[in-house]
Design a protein around this ligand. Structure first.
Ligand SMILES: NC(=O)c1ccc[n+]([C@@H]2O[C@H](COP(=O)([O-])OP(=O)(O)OC[C@H]3O[C@@H](n4cnc5c(N)ncnc54)[C@H](OP(=O)(O)O)[C@@H]3O)[C@@H](O)[C@H]2O)c1
Length: 314
């Protein structure tokens, strides 16, 4: 594993982080799925050198992390979890944050959280988050219950990163989580210059998602781009639109190429990988440690997707 410093937090984090949410939720797709499998997946990631675990109060995976890390030296781990925003009109959002944090601590079986995020903040939520929730977050930080304050964007609703662009004008986040992938690299221009300026740590979500792991979804997405004129007809092979990526990069699979794309982007600190499959986990961590994609492949990807800022790959 390789390690890096997560912006101004100073935390030493593995460049691959285990995403315990997303479509896979460690394989816990429904209530009948085995938590033993999920615990084993977390242990596998830890054995491969991953020290960064990302979850949220809504994922249903905090307690599984608690089980997997039992007996481990807590200071060797970086745990990131998230508070869902309270709906508008809630009488006491500050108290909701405090109670949410206590529940997360209990589920995770720990007495502090390294990074506590406001989860999926949409552009219109920022004012409420800043005025009503941030004071409570700051209090938790002063009490030592959380070490750093983060925010995650609602990438599907806000693929142009409007919330991050707006909120990063201020200096309130220690860490941010943004969507970034070869299908939508727009954060490179609109977010990373700001995170660098503020020295905020940058966590990369949506590196692969469904668009880069399910060939039919990719084909449909590219067909739509051609229909709308966003990509020139004839610019790609319609049956296998990213065939050139595998052919010219030596990557064995598209997920491998997609993780390599993100890992070598200046401005990305941790690439999150989400899976319920132990073989995928092994491949993905190996991919994150492989070299950058060759320049001609990056150039062709930039030609196809470099100006787009609406795809999420969801
Ligand atoms: N707003 C937010 O706060 C927010 C939103 C979304 C995500 N996140 C965080 O970001 C993390 C990463 O996002 P994500 O979970 O969507 O991760 P991702 O790594 O971009 O994509 C995961 C998807 O790709 C598939 N996949 C992964 N590796 C594969 C491989 N080698 N071959 C084929 N398919 C593969 C997975 O299915 P399999 O299970 O079959 O491998 C899953 O469907 C989440 O787990 C969560 O922690 C945060």
């Amino acid at each position: 594993m390789e390690y890096t410093t997560l912006g101004r937090t100073g935390l030493k984090v593995s460049v691959a982080g285990l995403g315990c949410g997303g479509p896979s939720r460690l394989g816990l797709r429904d209530a009948s799925d085995s938590t033993d499998h999920a615990v084993a997946l977390i242990k596998q990631a830890l054995d491969l050198g991953v020290n960064f675990l990302d979850t949220a109060e809504t994922y249903g995976t905090e307690s599984v992390i608690g089980k997997a890390i039992k007996g481990m030296a807590r200071e060797k781990l970086v745990i990131s979890t998230k508070k869902t925003l309270t709906p508008p009109g809630h009488p006491n959002p500050e108290e909701e944050v405090r109670v949410g944090l206590e529940q997360s601590l209990k589920q995770l079986d720990t007495d502090y959280i390294d990074i506590y995020h406001l989860h999926g903040v949409e552009p219109n939520d920022f004012d409420h988050a800043k005025k009503r929730l941030m004071p409570a977050m700051r209090r938790l930080k002063e009490q030592g219950k959380i070490r750093f304050i983060g925010v995650t964007e609602a990438f599907v609703e806000d693929p142009q990163h409007r919330m991050l662009q707006d909120s990063l004008k201020e200096d309130i986040w220690d860490v941010v989580m943004a969507g970034f992938s070869l299908l939508n690299p727009s954060a490179r221009k609109t977010v990373f210059p700001l995170t660098r300026q503020k020295r905020a740590g940058m966590l990369n979500m949506f590196a692969v998602r469904r668009g880069l792991s399910q060939p039919q979804r990719l084909k449909a997405m590219v067909a739509e781009l051609i229909n709308t004129g966003a990509i020139a007809r004839g610019a790609v092979n319609l049956d296998d639109p990213l065939d050139f990526v595998l052919r010219d990069s030596g990557a064995a699979t598209l997920p491998e190429a997609a993780y390599r794309f993100c890992r070598h982007e200046p401005g990305v600190d941790v690439v999150l990988t989400g899976t319920g499959n132990p073989a995928h986990l092994q491949e993905n961590i190996a991919a994150i440690l492989k070299p950058a994609l060759p320049r001609p492949v990056l150039d062709k990807l930039a030609e196809l997707f470099g100006k787009l800022d609406h795809l999420t790959g969801n």
